[in-house]
Design a protein around this ligand. Structure first.
Ligand code: SF4
Length: 375
């Protein structure tokens, strides 16, 4: 398949891996963090870890938007969904994320009108078709999906739809990465920058990594060779004593980002002063809410959402996994009390969650996978 198979060539992958091994200093341990759920998925699915030398460790950061949502926000969404006048719409992976008393799928089974949509525009159509019901879209995602929510709200405003609102949970990528770099728990050498988010925000926002923290960053694509080449680019920077932002995914990511998308976001959203992240606590200016101009479409105002805090279950170690302190199988309940069929934490639900990716594609160390053998 054009633009896919050439990025899954096993022979080239082995050659790039050999180059990484030749650049890595034998006595040094390198920790490279990726902050995109899509990268985590590719790493496990295609066995990237098996190809890397032992000195190079890939660490998974808070890159899955479903996973970083705290339980209180899930509970609040459920409380809106339970209202009899509401049709509650959300993406499919959100339906099974556990709240403290169940998930949206269970609420649906008990009679709540919860509907899965593929786009916020589907929610807008449902609002047009049901003028006597309140239609709420549960918006979630990093800067990748925020533009589609912004465009939908611009359209709703233009049409003057009174029965449509958005429960906004969009988050931004830079503040949690800063929080991780400020954390004494973690020593990192370099970052693989998120490809999807960067199609919108570009590469410039990552310049704080080399400038303020002395950490190189390479924005990467999602095929196995993209990731391997990105790791090689980072290793070369470390070897040569360079420290900068580079763009491996230039076939998709413009350096300055998508200016039209950024303009729409600037009109519709503003930064929240604080937002709670699962495992990372409250982080300043790390999430978006609807601007004053769009306040009439804000579900949190329309339904008086109180903003409750709910602690994760005691056995759950999602926070440590999200911070890259633990690997998924090091969680005490991984694969026993917590599985994709019966998830205890959000990381086991979303296909981009590190625990689900490891559960589905991880293997024992003696098992190896050939690049290109999993399509
Ligand atoms: S195994 Fe389950 S509880 Fe443990 S970190 Fe993963 S999702 Fe959270």
């Amino acid at each position: 398949m054009k633009y896919v198979s050439e990025f899954r060539d096993g022979e080239i992958a082995r050659a790039v891996a050999a180059e990484i091994a030749s650049v890595a200093e034998p006595d040094r341990h390198y920790k490279v963090m990726e902050v995109c759920g899509g990268h985590t998925h590719t790493i496990y699915r295609h066995g990237i870890k098996d190809l890397l030398p032992d000195q190079v460790e890939l660490v998974h950061g808070p890159g899955c938007p479903v996973c970083v949502l705290p339980m209180g926000r899930v509970d609040e969404g459920i409380s809106v969904a339970e209202r009899p006048e509401v049709i509650f719409t959300c993406f499919g992976d959100m339906m099974r994320v556990p709240g403290s008393k169940g998930n949206l799928l269970e609420m649906k089974a008990e009679g709540a009108d919860v509907r899965m949509v593929y786009s916020p525009l589907d929610a807008l159509r449902i609002a047009r078709e049901n003028p006597d019901r309140e239609v709420v879209f549960y918006a979630i995602g990093f800067e990748t999906t925020a533009p589609s929510t912004a465009l939908t709200l611009q359209r709703a405003r233009k049409e003057g739809l009174p029965n449509f609102s958005v429960f906004c949970n969009h988050v931004t990528i830079v503040p949690p990465v800063r929080a991780l770099l400020d954390s004494p728990d973690l020593r990192l050498d370099a970052f693989v920058g998120p490809g999807h988010v960067s199609t919108v925000i570009g590469c410039r926002p990552y310049e704080f990594m080399p400038e303020d923290y002395g950490k190189p960053c390479v924005v990467a694509g999602f095929e196995p060779l993209d990731l391997l080449q990105s790791v090689l680019m980072l290793m070369r920077q470390l070897e040569e004593g360079r420290c900068e932002v580079e763009n491996q995914y230039s076939r998709i990511v413009p350096w300055e980002g998508n200016l039209a998308a950024l303009r729409s976001m600037a009109e519709v959203f503003e930064l929240r002063p604080y937002f709670e992240w699962r495992g990372l606590g409250f982080i300043a200016q790390s999430a978006l809410k609807l601007s004053e101009e769009y306040a009439d479409f804000d579900a949190e105002k329309r339904f008086s959402v109180p903003g409750v805090r709910v602690a994760d279950p005691k056995a759950c170690q999602c926070g440590e996994v999200l911070k890259g302190v633990l690997k998924p199988p090091e969680c005490k309940v991984f694969g026993t009390a917590c599985t994709p069929e019966r998830p205890l934490g959000a990381l086991m639900v979303s296909s981009e969650g590190a625990c689900a990716a490891y559960y589905n594609f991880g293997r024992k160390s003696h098992e190896r996978v050939e690049i290109g053998s999993r399509n």
